[in-house]
Design a protein around this ligand. Structure first.
Ligand code: ADP
Ligand code: MG
Length: 223
C-alpha cells in the first residue's frame, strides 16, 4: 500500500491532467445526454433545457481550449520584452471588466525591466493572476501590481483586497481543476505556475497582513 501511495504521489502531471480532464468533461457530457433524452421524449419547456445545454457545452469548450494552450509544445519563442509594456497591455485588456465591478488596477513600477521570455505565455500568466484578483474582490477596491527588482531577479506582486486564501486550501491552489468558483476551471494557476517554472521562476502565494492576498511572480532577469 505504501508503494502505491508513493507511486500515486508521483503520478505525472500528464496523468493527473488526464484523470482530471476525463472527470471534468464527463459531468457536463452526462448532463447533456440526460437533456437530449428529455427532449426526445417531447417535453414542453424546451428553451430552459437549451440554455442549460449551451452552458454545459461552453464549459467543455473552456476546458478544452485552456488545455490546448498548455499542450502546445514549449517552442522557443523567447524574445526581449519590456515588462512595463507587457503590464500596460494586460491591464488595458482587463480594465473594462474591472471597471464594471468598480475595481481599480494600479501599476507601481519605478524602472522598466527587460525580460527574456515567451511574451504570449507571460501575458497569459499576468492575465490569469489579475483576473483571479478581480474575481475575488466582488464589488469595489484596488488591485496593485507592484514591480521590484534586485540584481538578478524581478518580482511582480499582484496585491488584491479580496477575502484572502483560507489556510486549508492554500496547498491545493496550483492543482489542476481545483476551483472554489461556480464557473471556474481550476486551470489558471496550474498553467501560470507551469509557464513561470519553465522560465526558471516561481509563484508565491500569501495572505496580506490586513485584507486580501498577494500572488508574487519571481523571474530571473537574465532569462
Ligand atoms: P479558477 O479561477 O478557474 O477558479 P485558478 O487556477 O485560477 O482557477 O484558481 C484556483 C483557485 O485559487 C480559485 O478558485 C480560488 O479559490 C483560489 N484563488 C485564486 N486567486 C485567488 C486570489 N487572488 N485570492 C483568493 N483566492 C484565490
Ligand atoms: Mg482563474
Amino acid at each position: 500500500a505504501e508503494e502505491m501511495l508513493i507511486r500515486s504521489e508521483k503520478m505525472s502531471v500528464a496523468g493527473q491532467l488526464a484523470a482530471g480532464v476525463a472527470h471534468e468533461i464527463r459531468n457536463p457530457l452526462t448532463s447533456l445526454k440526460g437533456f437530449v433524452h428529455l427532449l426526445q421524449s417531447g417535453i414542453e419547456q424546451k428553451s430552459d433545457y437549451y440554455k442549460i445545454m449551451v452552458d454545459e457545452i461552453e464549459k467543455i469548450e473552456t476546458i478544452t481550449s485552456e488545455l490546448l494552450f498548455i499542450s502546445k509544445p514549449m517552442t522557443d519563442e523567447k524574445s526581449k520584452v519590456s515588462l512595463s509594456e507587457m503590464l500596460s497591455d494586460v491591464v488595458t485588456l482587463l480594465r473594462s471588466q474591472a471597471t464594471i465591478y468598480n475595481i481599480q488596477i494600479n501599476i507601481k513600477m519605478e524602472k522598466d525591466v527587460i525580460l527574456y521570455c515567451d511574451k504570449t505565455q507571460m501575458k497569459q500568466v499576468l492575465i490569469n493572476l489579475i483576473k483571479n484578483a478581480v474575481e475575488e474582490m466582488g464589488n469595489g477596491g484596488t488591485i496593485q501590481v507592484i514591480v521590484s527588482s534586485e540584481e538578478k531577479h524581478v518580482f511582480i506582486s499582484i496585491v488584491d483586497e479580496g477575502p484572502g486564501i483560507p489556510d486549508d486550501i492554500l496547498h491545493k491552489l496550483k492543482e489542476p481543476f481545483f476551483t472554489t468558483k461556480k464557473d471556474g476551471t481550476g486551470l489558471g494557476l496550474m498553467i501560470s505556475n507551469k509557464i513561470v517554472e519553465n522560465h526558471n521562476g516561481a509563484i508565491d502565494m500569501m495572505n496580506n497582513r490586513d485584507i486580501g492576498s498577494t500572488f508574487r511572480i519571481r523571474l530571473p532577469i537574465d532569462g
